[in-house]
Write a protein that binds this ligand. Structure first.
Ligand code: F6P
Length: 319
């Protein structure tokens, strides 16, 4: 392996830049040439590829977003699209690719690997929904952004003695909601992995109100459904003034936390090591603070699991 490529794909996440930096610097440290692909798989098919050097990744470790930009491409899902992508890389003599992204991006990387082009996946998504890794790059930063918002909403909720529903991202996973709910002291946490009894939520809100609680916070994962619909039902059932806040894309931006920068640096460097060792079709991850790697097939065969203990604890602490 002499020349490798790197791209970011799918929804961006804070820490992707730190991962790109680690890939580029680790590769150059090992005398490899590195090429940055702009706009994810779309840019790969179009040959939007540039050679990178040590300076290309200077001053980016602290920046949110991705300097390589990101995209979701339908065309790349076709055989022709994948073939075009491989041809573009072959033209430049690139013989391995690192893909920083989520589950969908890894499926693309798996296709390229099956066509004989070795790819390594680095988990970068705020959703923390990838099996095989305890954490994905961006989750911690997003979580901290949510917590800052929850704390602010709590102030105004107390002033007006209201119930607030805060809808957070996560796609089909409830990790952001679960962790934010526990860290933010929410009365209820709604996640797609666990069905909540509506009457239990209502009882808890009413009990709190009766004993003089000034406000209630409910954190709802987007995978459960609309926060606005849920808010309407809650207001009707409790007769307590209820407001809804959908946090939206602020959850995806911002300066990565130290934790995300460290994770991104470790995972990015590990991905380069795998390519140097002529491995492809694998994802790198972290488990109990140790770096691990798995075949994409193994990753796809598992379902993301949520932390039931944390969920139960949140219930005990919000009686
Ligand atoms: O996967 C990251 C994520 O932000 C999800 O939490 C959210 O459901 C989705 O991306 C939004 O995607 P888009 O950027 O295409 O609107």
């Amino acid at each position: 392996m002499k020349k490798i490529g790197v791209l970011t794909s799918g929804g961006d996440s804070p820490g992707m830049n730190a991962a790109i930096r680690a890939v580029v610097r680790k590769a150059i440290f090992h005398d490899l040439e590195v090429f940055g692909v702009k706009n994810g798989y779309q840019g790969l098919m179009e040959g939007n590829i540039e050679k990178m050097n040590l300076g290309s990744v200077g001053d980016i470790i602290q920046r949110g977003g991705t300097i390589l930009f990101s995209a979701r491409s339908e065309e790349f899902k076709t055989d022709e699209g994948q073939q075009r992508a491989i041809e573009q890389m072959k033209k430049l003599g690139i013989d391995g690719l690192i893909v920083i992204g989520g589950d969908g991006s890894f499926r693309g990387a798996q296709k390229l690997t099956e066509k004989g082009f070795p790819c390594i996946g680095v988990p970068g998504t705020i959703d923390n929904d990838i099996p095989g890794t305890d954490f994905t790059i961006g989750f911690d930063t997003s979580l901290n952004t949510i917590i800052e918002a929850v704390d602010k909403v709590r102030d105004t909720a107390t002033s007006h003695e209201r119930t607030y529903i805060i809808e957070v991202m996560g796609r089909d996973a409830g990790d952001l909601a679960l962790w934010a709910g526990l860290a933010g002291g929410a009365e209820s946490i709604l996640i797609p992995e666990k069905k909540e009894d509506f009457s239990e939520i209502v009882d808890r809100l009413n009990r709190g109100h009766e004993r003089g609680k000034k406000h209630s916070i409910i954190v709802l994962a987007e995978g459960v459904g609309s926060g606005f619909d849920f808010g309407e039902r809650i207001e009707k059932a409790t007769k307590l003034e209820t407001r809804v806040t959908v946090l939206g894309y602020i959850q995806r931006g911002g300066t990565p936390t130290a934790s995300d920068r460290v994770l991104a640096s470790r995972l990015g460097a590990k991905a380069v090591e795998l390519l140097i060792n002529e491995q492809g079709g694998r994802m790198v991850g972290i488990q109990n603070n140790k770096l691990v790697d798995f075949a994409f097939d193994e990753v796809f065969a598992k379902n993301h699991s949520f932390n039931l203990d944390m969920y139960n604890l949140s219930k005990e602490l919000s009686i």
